[in-house]
Design a protein around this ligand. Structure first.
Ligand code: PLP
Ligand code: COI
Length: 336
């Protein structure tokens, strides 16, 4: 796999050549099979195509310097996938089976795991296949579970360039009870406002703050940082409970940071960024520094406008664990 930065494909555009697939039928899951990555057959009446019964996950496997491959916090992502399925009333994958599918896929495409700063992005996906166009308020009793893999590098084009973020204080990213579910409909709901803000304000992402209360962006959590202090929204159903967020907060506490998880509003955020830092956290984003917030037509520089030292420090500490440069004291990595 190429390490030449110019030749790296855009995030998600290249897939590993094998995928794992299993089906839920007659009340049980079939054993999975490995298949060449490619088109799948789907009935046009399938539940997912009409009523959006689908969820997915995203996490990474890393190639270490000794050639071994390690997957980061697989159990937590498997549990979140099961929770998403439960909240969408989809057949819930068995944790052991899903983990087995992930590990089998990584093992099969081991040669396609890039070296750092690249990684193999794992994308389990689950969708309802019951062929019934009348089932608008009935769950799908059939489903397909697929594990895709994709060699990835930076999510944000421009690498470590500070991001420009539009602060949206009216529109919602999603329905309040579904924010914690990793389902395609949430991304569909954020798409229009995100493209409109990109067009109007040349921003990278939108920070959703409905009613003035800061939540998250379309594909990452949001953190305010300064010397030995982090502020981020406390967990509730309105936003995705990021595994990267949890990892960073755990590490920060151990490094002696004061970590505040609570509701805060746009006014408090704008005050914070006069001297502090802001960053987006996620599997794809890792910890990406924010340079500018655009709010109601006004530009607010975040700190110096560059990626701040606390953001850089925490990002480096997290990546060091993932890639084997620092000890994995929490047992976050599974050897494949
Ligand atoms: N929020 C949203 C909407 C996301 O899509 C993601 C990415 O997965 C995150 C937050 C961060 O979650 P995680 O750190 O588990 O990747
Ligand atoms: C992730 O960080 O895993 C995400 O889900 C981002 C993705 C929507 C591209």
């Amino acid at each position: 796999m190429t390490t030449n930065p110019q030749a790296r494909p855009a995030f998600g555009t290249v897939l590993a050549d094998q995928m794992a697939i299993a089906h839920f039928r007659n009340g049980q899951w079939t054993a999975h099979e490995m298949r060449p990555t490619g088109p799948i057959e789907i009935h046009p009446a399938a539940h997912v195509l009409h009523y959006a019964s689908t969820c997915f996950e995203g996490f990474k496997a890393y190639r270490w310097a000794d050639g071994s491959v390690r997957v980061f916090r697989m159990d937590k992502h498997v549990e979140r996938m099961r929770q998403s399925a439960r909240l969408l009333v989809l057949p819930v994958p068995d944790a052991e089976q899903l983990s087995k599918m992930v590990l089998a896929t990584i093992d099969r495409v081991r040669d396609q795991v890039p070296e750092p700063p690249g990684a193999l992005y794992m994308r389990p996906m689950l969708y309802g296949t019951m062929p019934n166009i009348g089932a608008a308020s009935a769950p799908s009793n059939e489903a397909t579970l697929i594990v895709l893999a994709s060699p990835v590098w930076d999510y944000f084009a421009g690498g470590m360039k500070p991001l420009r973020i539009y602060v949206e204080d009216e529109k919602h990213r999603t329905a309040d009870h579904l924010g914690m579910v990793k389902t395609g409909g949430n991304y569909a709901a954020a798409m229009g406002p995100t493209l409109a803000a990109r067009d109007a304000h040349k921003v990278d992402q939108v920070l959703f703050c409905p009613g003035g209360s800061v939540q998250e962006t379309g594909a990452a959590n949001f953190l305010l940082l300064r010397d030995k202090h982090i502020l981020t929204r406390s967990l509730d159903s309105t936003f995705l409970h990021g595994v990267t967020r949890d990892s960073l907060l755990t590490m920060a506490r151990e490094m002696g940071f004061k970590v505040e998880e609570r509701v805060f509003d746009v006014a408090e955020m704008l005050e914070w960024v006069k001297t502090g830092e802001a960053a987006l956290s996620g599997t794809a984003a890792v910890l990406a520094g924010v340079g500018t917030l655009v709010h109601r037509g006004r530009e607010h520089r975040v700190g110096t406008g560059e990626v701040g030292p606390v953001t850089k420090q925490l990002r480096a500490a997290l990546v060091a664990i993932q890639t084997g440069d620092a000890p994995d004291t929490h047992g976050w990595l599974t050897r494949v």
